[in-house]
Design a protein around this ligand. Structure first.
Ligand code: MLT
Ligand code: MN
Ligand code: ZN
Length: 308
């Protein structure tokens, strides 16, 4: 399987349009060594490289498609390499790109859980609105009773398994701060031929036993890299909410993501994604980036390819 990182930043992107934090300002002025990043999305293909699963539809999707021609094969007047869309939550940074896909020639084939489908028909009625355009063909991912395996007929050579994650629902959701199973999922993608597995979870707060099992079985984990410290945005005066309150486990400190990743088998590739623009790891010369390097942890960037 081939995994292509379309967007590696958290909501807001990097630099964020209205932000003058040290990372955003430093990137703009060139005072730090840091690549700009678009918002959170990846694409995965199995044995057919003209059929991709799009994980999340970022507000930056049109730019991401322009930069990655594999998503645009030229077989017909109107054509796409996006064969399926998997939504891991209903957050703005993972869903608003669906509006940009409204010219699709068939109903958009979307896999997501019931709570996400509800948020996207009520709190943020994107699915309802899309009925005036191409419409949505919703495939339910049922994680409420445990792990949910699913296959996508148009994606040969790949099998998927979703698990419910502890994180948080979007600010507009009736479930905000009272999350329900299925508000957030992590997904294992397995290549049937090579047997290799990717575990993808860009929004992750608790590494509960099923999550830890999935991480240990994976050959590569692509996990929540939002914040370095839990109070990072509060300390900068950028937000009143901690990472924990937003549903993101910070990298540093006791019980943080680095400690968890350290316990994985030596051969597992450890990659952080969904990096918030305040996170000092964006600066390639930062002390925090050195720490990640010492722990063998990679930082996803736009355009990164992971072949498994
Ligand atoms: C989050 O995951 O918490 C988001 O990136 C927030 C947002 O999109 O504004
Ligand atoms: Mn997000
Ligand atoms: Zn910033």
């Amino acid at each position: 399987m081939r995994v292509h990182v379309l967007g590696s930043a958290a909501g807001g992107g990097f630099p964020q349009w209205n932000c003058n934090c040290p990372m955003c300002a430093g990137q703009r002025t060139g005072n730090i060594l840091a690549q700009p990043r678009t918002q959170s999305s990846i694409a995965i293909c199995g044995s057919d490289d003209t059929a991709w699963a799009l994980f999340n539809a970022s507000p930056d999707i049109l730019e991401q498609i322009r930069r990655f021609p594999a998503l645009q094969p030229g077989r017909a007047l109107r054509d796409t390499g996006i064969a399926a869309i998997v939504l891991i939550d209903a957050q703005i940074d993972h869903t608003t790109g669906l509006y940009m896909l409204r010219e699709h020639r068939a109903r958009l084939p979307i896999w997501c859980t019931t709570p996400v489908q509800q948020d996207l028909t009520q709190g943020n009625p994107l699915f309802t609105l899309l009925e005036h355009y191409c419409g949505v063909d919703w495939h339910r991912i049922h994680v409420e009773d445990g792990a949910a395996g699913f296959e996508v007929p148009t994606l040969p050579g790949l099998v998927f398994e979703a698990i419910a994650l502890e994180s948080n629902a979007p600010p507009y959701s009736p479930h905000r701060d009272a999350p329900q199973p299925g508000d957030n999922i992590g997904v294992t993608v397995r290549d049937v031929k090579s047997g290799q597995r990717l575990f993808y979870a860009p929004g992750l707060l608790e590494i509960a036993p099923p999550v830890w099992d999935a991480m240990q079985q994976a050959d590569a984990v692509l996990v929540d890299g939002t914040l370095w410290t839990d109070d990072e945005m509060i300390a900068l005066g950028a937000s009143k909410r901690s990472g924990r309150a937003m549903g993101h486990l910070a990298q540093s400190g006791p019980g943080g993501m680095i400690e968890w990743l350290d316990r994985l088998p030596k051969t597992t590739r450890r990659i952080l994604i969904h990096i918030n623009n305040t996170n000092p790891i964006l600066d390639e010369n930062s002390r925090q980036r050195d720490v990640l390097n010492e722990h063998g942890i990679e930082v996803a960037f736009d355009g990164m390819d992971i072949v498994l």
